[in-house]
Ligand binder design. Sequence first.
Ligand code: BGC
Length: 337
Amino acid sequence: MKLQLFTLTNQNNMKVTITNLGGRVVSIFVPDKNGKMVDVALGYDNLQCYLKDNEPYFGAIIGRYGNRIAKGKFSLGNKEYRLEINNGPNALHGGSDGFHNKVWQAEQIDDHVLILGLFSPDGEGGYPGNLNVKVTYSLTPENALKIDYEAETDKKTIINLTNHSYFNLDGEGNLSISDHVLTIDADHIVEVDETAIATGNLLTVENTPFDFRKPKSIGNHIDDEHQQIRFGQGYDHTFVFNKKEGLEKVASIYSDKTGINLDVFTEEPGLQLYTGNFLDGKDKDGKNGNPYPHRSGFCLETQHFPDSPNQPNFPSTVLNVGETYNTTTIYQFGIHQ
Ligand code: BGC
């Protein structure tokens, strides 16, 4: 199948481009406070670059399981499944041939809606069940990029889909996201060990660098002497929302420079705040020749918690036969008031 680039537009001249390779969001042009269109998504001009080794999952749909599964092992019933170990001792983001690298079926419905489909056969990447996945990207008149995820299986399996867009609200190619002001409605984070695997404990954010319950610049405490910050080399943690269920606003972030604000709504129980700690600026293929240095983009990956298949107290990521996995996340752009 050939690689294609689709363009969604709306009546406010907002423009989002998405490729069928990994279902990746390639660019998001939104108006800044002066009405100038700014591309707030990191990525590549050349679609082939997304296939490079060690590519940082720019804009990608992540599956079958976003984030890490300890030692790449989990059990369903009395059967143990083994996944590719691709991140230290653990499995990360569905393995090296995860959904981020697949060429998806694509159907653009109109200027605003793109539907992507993927069939992932039983056993692929070590996961059980023939899985049919559908992801619908919609650009709304309110300048929101809405992502609806759906999946069905013919064998009990696990699933945790997310989108791995890196944003910089000053515009991609700008150097740092430290001045972005972030709010997350979360009293807890998922504690991780030195291999970034969930320990099973939730930590209160009170008096820690993780307290974003009131607006705070990302850079304020990102290098604090705190064990969790050290393990993540910055923020690379799942925040546990205070909301119980339903599609609700869970996070907001803005930049004073452009005035651009991003609100995140989701049905998921958590989000991985990842502050681009492993970007290093060495990749010279960024859009317009831009290198993407350390912490020049942030991800707000709405998802279930890491390693849930091995953590009985976490919300379940099991998908049974006859059920439909169905979850929505909305990235809503506006101007900070
Ligand atoms: C993970 C990081 C990882 C990054 C890959 C994030 O979702 O939490 O640990 O390095 O993806 O680019």
